[in-house]
Design a protein around this ligand. Structure first.
Ligand SMILES: [Zn+2]
Length: 434
């Protein structure tokens, strides 16, 4: 990041997107409160030949181009308005990528090769690879260097249609380096016109120096990291990797309790490698439970009654070369709200592309393209507790939009591996690739 770069400006000229072939508003006719479940997950609220007017970073009107051009305010102020002729393209709410680990230094290419040769996640970790191999770089790096890395990732994400990102710490695993990671997220976020929601993932894995005495490490998380992150408002969420080889359900509850007392909301990585009973966590009203490859039916029925979102990250299954993916249909059919995220990280999911996550959701988890869109936008917003201002194109919400050069929204997951996002509007600021 150069010193000449200025923090993102918040005041924008009025902006009109017109001649949108398919405008996916994600407005839901059923009007049910809370995250989208069941058949509501397919409702995209499509307007043909649509238009969106944004003023001061907010959406002020949504409808057809014809109606927009008749608007008396627009007629009077047209010269002051920046117009984007979408020429039949598709416009959707900017993606809300609700699960990412962007604070790392380099790729993990040895792990990549070892896995191809047949080593398992646990074997790679036991050989000194995995999460622990990313620690040294973070511990040594300056906050400025980390912020520059994150800033690059955020602009790449915007280029793929993402306007809101959850960003976790979790590769430092000392109080100092976890807090430094959160500070770096804050610095990078201040230079990006989109929205970043920070999560403390001090409980990512037990660092080597605490092997065999994980409780001592949990105490550092509870007594230093969480209080500091809360007091300095460096994170909105606390996350725990609760799985075999990481933290136990008991330790997770202990960490959640402290987070709750400090006014931070919670989320967790669960069921990626083994099944964990989820019921004990529900009293903390987690915003999301993520991965969910291994879940029992009783927990699914419980989740269907909650606003906790099941965030599925098929990029990790793809990259690990797994044959099994989370059973999205089982969740959706039971009425559990489902979100999709990239899980962008150097070890198990090095992709920042939400269209790629959608494509995997469609082909490997049998989600329909419409469900994949809703899971990547409005339900991602629910998973971050920002659905009051993100995730759909409705008056009063933040002006977060993504323009795709396709004729039909189903082409977004269809053309896998290609980026058809041509421009993104982030809180009213236009970032164009053309
Ligand atoms: Zn993760």
């Amino acid at each position: 990041m150069t010193s000449a770069r200025k923090p993102a400006q918040k005041i924008q000229a009025p902006l009109l997107l017109a001649n949108i072939g398919q405008l996916l508003t994600l407005r839901c006719a059923s009007g049910k409160p809370g995250p989208r479940r069941g058949t509501d997950l397919q409702e995209l609220g499509i307007v043909k030949d649509g238009a969106v007017l944004c003023v001061g970073g907010k959406i002020v009107s949504v409808g057809t181009t014809r109606d927009a051009l008749r608007d008396p305010w627009l007629k009077k102020n047209r010269r002051k308005v920046t117009e984007i002729d979408c020429a039949g393209k598709v416009v959707i709410p900017g993606f809300v990528d609700s699960h990412t680990h962007p604070v790392f230094i380099g790729p993990r290419l040895v792990d990549f090769e070892k896995r191809i040769e047949g080593a398992s996640y646990e074997e790679i970790a036991a050989a000194g690879g995995g999460i622990r191999s990313s620690l040294e770089g973070i511990r040594k790096a300056s906050r400025t260097a980390l912020a520059a890395k994150i800033a690059t990732v955020l602009s790449e994400m915007a280029a793929h249609g993402t306007t809101t990102v959850e960003a976790k710490s979790g590769y430092g695993l000392t109080a100092d380096s976890e807090l430094k990671s959160l500070e770096a997220i804050r610095v990078a976020a201040s230079y990006w016109p989109g929205t970043v929601v920070a999560t403390l993932l001090g409980a990512h894995v037990v660092p080597t120096e605490f092997q065999g005495c994980s409780q001592k490490y949990v105490e550092i998380v509870c007594k230093v990291m969480i209080p500091q992150a809360a007091t300095r408002k460096l994170a909105q969420f606390v996350d725990v990797f609760c799985d075999q080889g990481a933290f136990t359900a008991k330790e997770t509850e202990q960490i959640f309790e402290v987070a709750k007392n400090r006014g931070l909301s919670v989320r967790a990585h669960v069921g990626q490698l083994s099944e964990t009973a989820l019921a004990p966590f529900l009293r903390f009203a987690p915003a999301s439970l993520d991965h969910m490859d291994h879940v029992n039916q009783d927990d699914i029925s419980q989740l269907a009654k909650q606003n906790t979102v099941a965030t599925l990250v098929p990029g990790a299954n793809y990259f690990l070369g797994l044959k099994q993916y989370p059973n999205a249909r089982r969740f959706i059919d039971a009425g559990v709200p489902v979100a999709l995220a990239t899980d962008y990280n150097p070890g198990t999911s090095p992709t920042l592309s939400m269209p790629m996550a959608m494509s995997l959701a469609c082909t490997q988890m049998k989600m329909s393209p419409a469900e994949a869109v809703a899971a990547s936008t409005i339900n991602g917003a629910w998973a971050l507790r920002v659905a009051n201002r993100k995730g759909s194109i409705e008056p009063g919400k933040d002006a977060d939009l993504a323009i795709f050069s396709v004729d039909d929204y189903r082409e977004i997951p269809y053309w896998f591996g290609a980026n058809h996002c041509v421009a993104t509007v982030l809180n009213g600021t236009v970032a164009s690739r053309e």
